[in-house]
Design a protein around this ligand. Structure first.
Ligand code: MOS
Length: 716
């Protein structure tokens, strides 16, 4: 590596493959004899299938099979032990019975010799239903919400202490459902190699978790299942579990004795692979006149399905972000006739931080204290919830970096007081936090006779540049140039790795790679003897000892330090917005996002992570909203014309800054995660900037022009 690459970071090792189209995603493999599956979705929202007519579809050209609940083979993992009752909750079971639990639920899979023929035949499947009344609106069903297991109602200090504070406020905040919207559609190719042996290519954040999930559903030995996911075009939490469309393809492949490809359409991506749940929140917050927090009460009701309790704990942020003696939280779920939600970037915290960081901002105006100063007055130096010291926290430095970056001193504390060229100008900030995890992972490092280093581990790379980070770590330890290192991943037969999720990959898998390379280098040092050398010529040593290669496999995980410290990554986002008073259009003019996530292993891809998360946050703040027509229970904006995600024209220059100080406790690299904190707090920062610009507080996302126009914007 040159000095320049050391400071600026390596470019993506797979960048060329991706931009030339040489990278192959899960839908792009072509096993011999492959045929195509297409799902048919329910057009009602709740009830049962009275009659399903598949004859026309079966007679259509090229059709090999139509599977419905009437002829579906029994799926071993779905079956309930004889005499035992059907469990009230659990994951949804494909083609298990005639019950309809949500709009768009698959009622049939059609398999044909071409995608077009399968699609046409699917249009011929006709169902008649017995429809029951459905409930898809959280607002109308909040009264029936119930406390989920774990992480619901908690209390520290005195309950509702905020009510006794000299300065206080209570407000409600709403976020709508949002969908992950990765560029790459979910897809699977399923191929049975024998009666009980299966290979799949599927979009997943974890090849081994998917393998284990399939093993559980089909009651197959894990070692009989091979899962491949070499490239993933974004996932954001949508590929952390085995979904019904994957089950459908596996079933269909068995039925037709051919490999089956099943690719979801964009509309299916709104109903079939989860979403961030619509959540209502209420925050009561109070402080002394000089800005010391007295109490926070954070209440939330999130939507879930009738068949599964999805608990993402959005109230957790209020317990650990600020030093506040009295915090109580109440979290409930409302079960609606919709598909289950799932994890989506910053799950829980992104939702909770919108409410908490908006409420803090509102409080800062009540107190007439600068929002950064208010946060510094309540800075938590130890985890207020557990009492443990933080493994590291340099958020105060992040505040300084960000404030300088955005020119915070240009902010006028009086809302709706600055205009430029006919636009109202405002500044806002919002913070994020997320647990810094380190799980168990293994890695194998092999030094080949030609001096090439091969690193192997079963991790997926859903886009952040994991391979690049791992090669950077290996290059640093071994002193081998990056172009002589090969990184193998996305294959369930490789050494143990968890799913890529919860911002834990670099800390987890990176530690295993670091350890494997350290041990391998030591093995070489021993061969040389005399204490070794810092820059061994690996190929020469192998030759000298007549060895074809040298390899080590290590398993690595966190230890007792995990109990001693509270591990978190921190972020703060600074935003400058322009708001057009006549049309209510909001333009994010500048964004400065600062991460305190330990040492930065891979500067270029870390920057991309922050920029990508910030864009997601701008989408959350200004555009994204899944709209259900509650009369019918279906999503009406299930396409990219109607469900808006930010495009280049919506995105300003985004500056990503890093405190870049090692966490001394998390792992040998000192690196904490940053995938989630890149987004968490961003929506509040935008909403807070809109308030500063206009004097209008929007507490229900997204901040679309109609909401602002309705508020009659004018200078104060
Ligand atoms: Mo993430 S929501 O852990 O992919």
């Amino acid at each position: 590596m040159t000095n320049n690459t050391m400071t600026k970071g390596m470019s993506r090792i797979d960048g060329r493959l991706k931009v030339t189209g040489a990278a192959r995603y899960s839908a792009e493999f072509t096993p011999a004899g492959m045929v195509y599956g297409v799902l048919v979705g329910s057009t009602i929202t709740k009830g049962s299938i009275r009659l399903i007519d598949t004859k026309a579809a079966e007679r259509a050209p090229g059709v090999l099979k139509v599977i419905t609940w009437l002829n579906s083979p029994k799926i071993a993992g779905y079956q309930v032990e004889h005499g035992k009752p059907e469990p009230a909750k659990g994951t949804y079971k494909l083609f298990y019975n005639n019950k309809i639990l949500f709009n768009g639920q698959p009622i049939a899979v059609v398999v044909a010799d071409s995608f077009e023929r399968a699609l046409f035949a699917a249009s011929l499947v006709k169902a008649q239903y017995n429809a029951d009344p459905h409930h898809t609106n959280l607002r109308d069903n909040a009264a029936k919400a119930f406390a989920p297991e774990g992480d619901g109602t908690t209390k520290r200090g005195t309950e509702d202490a905020w009510k006794t504070a000299p300065v206080k406020l209570e407000q409600e905040y709403i976020i709508p459902s949002e969908v992950h919207s990765p560029m790459e559609l979910h897809a699977i190719i399923a191929k049975w190699d024998a009666e009980d042996k299966l290979t799949v290519w599927t979009k997943t954040q974890g090849v081994q978790d998917t393998r284990d999930g399939i093993a559980g559903i089909f009651k197959l030995p894990k070692e009989n299942i091979q899962v491949n996911s070499k490239f993933v075009g974004g996932a954001f939490g949508s590929a952390l579990q085995v979904w019904p469309h994957e089950v459908a393809a596996i079933l269909a492949a068995k039925a037709v004795k051919r490999p089956v490809k099943l690719l979801l359409g964009r509309a299916d991506m709104f109903t079939s692979v989860g979403y961030r749940p619509y959540t209502w929140q209420k925050i009561g917050i109070g402080a002394t006149a000089d800005g010391k927090l007295v109490g926070i009460t954070h209440e939330a009701i999130g939507q879930t399905s009738t068949y599964e309790d999805f608990n993402e704990g959005p109230i957790g942020v209020s317990r650990s972000t600020y030093a506040c003696p009295n915090v109580n939280t109440i979290y409930k779920l409302a079960a609606l006739d919709i598909g289950s939600p799932t994890w989506m970037r910053g799950p829980g915290e992104a939702t909770g931080a919108f409410a908490l960081e908006s409420a803090l901002d509102e409080l800062s105006y009540e107190l007439k204290i600068d929002p950064i100063e208010l946060r510094m007055k309540n800075y938590a130096s130890t985890d207020p919830e557990s009492g443990k010291p933080f493994s590291s926290k340099f958020l105060d430095e992040a505040y300084k970096l960000g404030a300088e970056g955005i020119n915070w001193k240009d902010r006028n504390a009086k809302p709706a007081s600055v205009t430029k060229d006919g636009w109202m100008v405002g500044y806002g900030m919002g913070g994020g936090m997320f647990g810094a995890y380190r799980d168990k992972a293994a890695a194998k490092a092999i030094l080949m006779a030609d001096g090439t280093l091969i690193i192997q581990t079963a991790v997926s790379d859903i886009g952040p540049g994991t391979g690049t980070a791992m090669v950077t770590i290996a290059a640093g330890v071994m002193g081998i140039p990056a172009d002589k290192i090969r990184f193998d991943m996305g294959d369930s037969s490789l050494p143990l790795a968890p799913s890529q999720g919860g911002s834990a990959t670099t800390a987890t898998v990176g530690s295993a790679v670091y350890q494997a390379c350290t041990d391998l280098k030591e093995k070489f040092q021993k061969l040389i003897g005399n204490g070794g050398t810092d820059h061994p010529d690996y190929a020469a040593i192998l030759k000298q000892h007549s060895l074809p290669k040298l390899e080590v496999t290590v398993e690595s995980s966190g230890g007792t330090e995990r109990d001693k410290y509270a591990f978190y990554s921190w972020s703060v986002h600074f935003i400058k917005v322009l708001v057009h008073p006549a049309t209510g259009v909001v333009k994010v003019d500048r964004a400065v996002c600062v991460a305190d996530s330990g040492s930065i292993v891979s500067p270029k891809t870390a920057r991309s992570q922050i920029v990508g998360g910030a864009i997601g946050g701008i989408g959350m703040a200004l555009m994204e909203e899944t709209v259900i027509d509650h009369r019918y229970g279906n999503i009406v904006n299930n396409n990219f014309a109607d469900y808006h995600v930010p495009v280049n024209a919506d995105i300003p220059q985004i500056e990503a800054l890093f405190v870049n100080k090692p966490d001394p406790h998390i792992n040998p690299m000192g690196a904490k995660g940053m995938g989630e904190i890149a987004l968490i707090g961003m929506a509040a920062a935008v909403a807070n900037a809109v308030y500063n610009a206009t004097g209008k507080r929007v507490r229900e996302l997204p901040i679309t022009p109609d909401k602002l126009v309705g508020m009659d914007l004018e200078l104060s």
